[in-house]
Every structure is written in C-alpha cells, then in structure tokens.
Design a protein around this ligand. Structure first.
Ligand SMILES: CC(C)(COP(=O)(O)OP(=O)(O)OC[C@H]1O[C@@H](n2cnc3c(N)ncnc32)[C@H](O)[C@@H]1OP(=O)(O)O)[C@@H](O)C(=O)NCCC(=O)NCCS
Length: 384
C-alpha cells in the first residue's frame, strides 16, 4: 500500500524549528486543527466562535497567546503548523518567609499536534522551547520581571510534561450523581447568583484572608506557597463557557443563572459551572471553588459539615435540572470528605492518573526561594 502524501517534514530536533506567537489567521488555523479533539458537541464554526468569545473575557483578553511550532524558513502567512498550544497569563500570590507577593503566572492549555504529524517529536520540541520563553513572557511589568511558576492540566498522564519540569501535584476528586432533591423546609441553603458569588466566594475580604493565611503559613514552614488568585474574573470566564454552550445547545431554555450555593449561618459557599460534553454522560457540574472558615470547635465543625452536605445536595439537584450526569470537585479537604460521606456513604476519593493532572513548573529556586513549593487552592477554578 502506498502511504498518503505528507509534505516533507522537518525533524523535531531541527535547528530550523521555532516557537512563535501565531498571527490571528494562524490562531484560527490552529483552532480548526484542534477542533477534531475539542469541539465536543459544537460544529467547527461554532467552536471557533466559542474560542473567540472566551478570548474576549476579562481573564484572558490581555494575556492569551497562541503558540505555534513552525519552520523558520517558511513565510509568515504560509507556515505549516507543526504543533500548537496556548498560554494564559494570570494573577497569582506567592508567600515566603512572612511576605506575600502579587505575582503573575501562565497557565498552558490546548496542547495539540495533528494526527498525521504525531510521534515526530514536535510536542516535545514545542515544550523545550516554551519552557525557555514562558518564564519571562509578558512579565515586563512584574516586579521580578519573570514568573516563578507556571501550571498546566495534563490529559496525557504524569510523565510527558514532567520531563520539561511540570511536576504532577495532587489530582484527586469526588463525585455524586445528579439527583432531584426533595425540598427540606429547615434547610437554609441558598442559591448564589453571579453577584452573590462575587460577594461570598471572591470578595476582597475573602482574598485578604487568603493572603493572611498564606503569610502566616509561610512563617511556619520554609516552603514557598503559591495560589492562582481566585478572583471574580476566573468565575466569569467559566460561566462564559457554560452560557455559550447553553445558548447554542439549548436555545429554548433561559441561561443558567444559579452559579453556586451557600449557607450564611455556617458561612460555607461554593461556586460552580456546567460543563457540556459530547454526550449527557460527559455533562458535569463542576464545583469550581469552596470557601469556608476553619472551625474552632467540634460543634462548629459539625455545623460546617452539615452545611456542606446540604450544598452538595443542592448541587446534585442543579445538575439534574441541567441534564448533567454528576457533580464533581477537585482535591476535597477532610471536612468536604466528611460531608460527602453524609450525602453518599459510598462516595470515594479518586486519584487521577491520566486526565486533568494538575502540574506545576517551579523556577523560584533560581531566585533563592527553595526547591519545593506548595500549591494552595488546587481547585477546578484554576483550570484553563
Ligand atoms: C499529546 C500530543 C500533543 C503529542 O504530540 P506529538 O508531537 O506526537 O508528541 P511527541 O512526538 O513530541 O512526543 C511523543 C511523546 O508523547 C507521548 N504521548 C503522546 N501522546 C500521548 C498520550 N495520549 N498519552 C501519554 N503519552 C503520550 C508519547 O508516549 C511520546 O513519548 P516518548 O517521547 O517517551 O516516546 C498529540 O498526541 C496530541 O495532540 N494529542 C491529542 C490532544 C491531546 O491529548 N493533547 C494533550 C492535552 S494535555
């Protein structure tokens, strides 16, 4: 059998290969290529529209770069895209020795090589180049002129990205099936709309408390601590995604406005989004972030766990309303694990080995910040 004609392709190690930001037209070309993998239930044109819509959100409109690996000898406008990915600049915090710094980081996503070009070392080469560029990319206005860390969420296990320094971190989750719940008259759980999430999950007070907790913790242990800032822009970005899908796939329904749930007495809150996949099985209501204060007595602990359990039931109900198969959240704390047991004694903590492996590349050791780092708030909101 004669192999299909593929243009002469450079070797992955070729000195002619360079990683460059795509032109707007090349960005669209790379989205078309990766649509095969990620368009889900959308057609290609609508998928491009979604990507453009997401790029216009506050979280990403100034900090999104589409990177392409190309041959430097090819003319701009006619370059073959050998592989591609995106980086998103984000605000972050870094605490060490009793100080908290506002820093910037990049999240990397949409790593792609078209099927007929795979296995030639293009993704590998792209990451060798990316790691050199990303530390200082768009960091001119940062006080350190560099990022101290960057993150990605690997869907291809723990090994590939680790060879370039993106080390796997805790990647666990718990889930509950979607379920219609009976209204319990005594339950004080309330729905959170976008503005409520802004006030309860990502208010200035919540962020100030986070800074303080990181500062105090950094006095107790020498390991640097980082967190991607869980600001309102993150949630708005996730909601832009779900609202886009809802409008395209369910035009007869009004948009999803319930963005989380909370209990004011126990001061427990969460924000969520709906993820629309190819089949109803792939539809998941993700809890993006939980906010609560550490209990100071056993009675307070019980009240918090009960409030969490009621919120989880509310989330199950919301998942049912939107034809999602389940509710899921990442890296549950011990209290959340107890709450899950109240809702479903069979609920299990799953440690992922392949998908959504939270991975972090730390370069703070070059700045005297130690060789290890703790990732705070390793929750779904940080995914990109
Ligand atoms: C993952 C992907 C980008 C790799 O591109 P590529 O150019 O073929 O990769 P390279 O030739 O540079 O490197 C291949 C290496 O990646 C590993 N790899 C590729 N696909 C993999 C997968 N699905 N799971 C685990 N490892 C994988 C190979 O084992 C190989 O490792 P080796 O060097 O030890 O032999 C490409 O397969 C792809 O686009 N897949 C679909 C989209 C996707 O899953 N992207 C990653 C999202 S996190």
């Amino acid at each position: 059998m004669i192999a299909a004609a593929v243009p002469d392709l450079p070797a992955g190690e070729s000195p002619d290969l360079i990683l460059v930001p795509a032109t707007p037209a090349e960005r669209i070309a790379s989205i078309k290529l990766n649509s095969v993998a990620w368009k889900g239930p959308l057609d290609v044109e609508t998928y491009i529209e979604r990507e453009d819509h997401l790029m216009q959100q506050r979280l990403t409109r100034d900090g999104l770069t589409c990177w392409i690996l190309v041959d430097r000898n090819e003319p701009v406008g006619g370059r073959t895209i050998l592989s591609s990915c995106e980086s998103y600049r984000k605000k972050a915090l870094m605490a060490h020795d009793g100080h908290v710094e506002d820093v910037a980081t990049h999240g990397v996503g949409s790593v792609y090589c078209r099927p007929e070009f795979r296995g030639k070392g293009y993704a590998k080469r792209m990451f060798e180049e990316l790691r050199l560029k990303l530390d200082t990319w768009e960091m001119e206005e940062e006080s350190r002129r560099k990022s101290l860390f960057t993150v990605l969420f690997s869907d291809i296990g723990k090994k590939f990205y680790a060879q370039f320094g993106w080390r796997p971190f805790l990647s666990s989750h718990m889930s509950l099936p979607a379920m219609e719940s009976a209204v319990d008259g005594g339950d004080v759980t309330r729905d959170l709309f976008a503005k409520d999430v802004q006030q309860t999950v990502c208010s200035e007070a919540v962020l100030a408390k986070l800074r303080d907790q990181m500062r105090v913790a950094s006095l107790k242990s020498s390991k640097a601590k980082i967190a991607i800032l869980p600001d309102f822009d993150h949630f708005v970005w996730h909601w832009a995604r779900e609202e886009f899908f809802a409008e395209k796939l369910l035009p007869e329904r009004s948009p999803p406005v319930v963005k989380g749930a909370g209990n004011d007495q126990a001061r427990v809150y969460c924000a969520w989004n709906r993820n629309f996949g190819e089949t109803p099985e792939d539809n998941v209501l993700y809890i993006l972030r939980w906010v609560y204060d550490d209990p100071t007595s056993p009675a307070e602990e019980q009240a918090i766990i009960k409030a969490m359990a009621s919120i989880l039931r509310r989330a199950q109900h919301e998942a049912h309303e939107w034809n999602m198969s389940k509710v899921e959240f990442w890296n549950p704390t011990p209290l959340l694990q107890k709450a899950m047991t109240l809702v479903d004694p069979k609920a299990e903590l799953v440690h992922r080995e392949k998908d959504s492996i939270a991975s972090l590349r730390w370069t703070g050791s070059e700045d005297g910040l130690g060789k290890d780092v703790e990732w705070w708030l390793n929750e779904k909101y940080a995914w990109c």
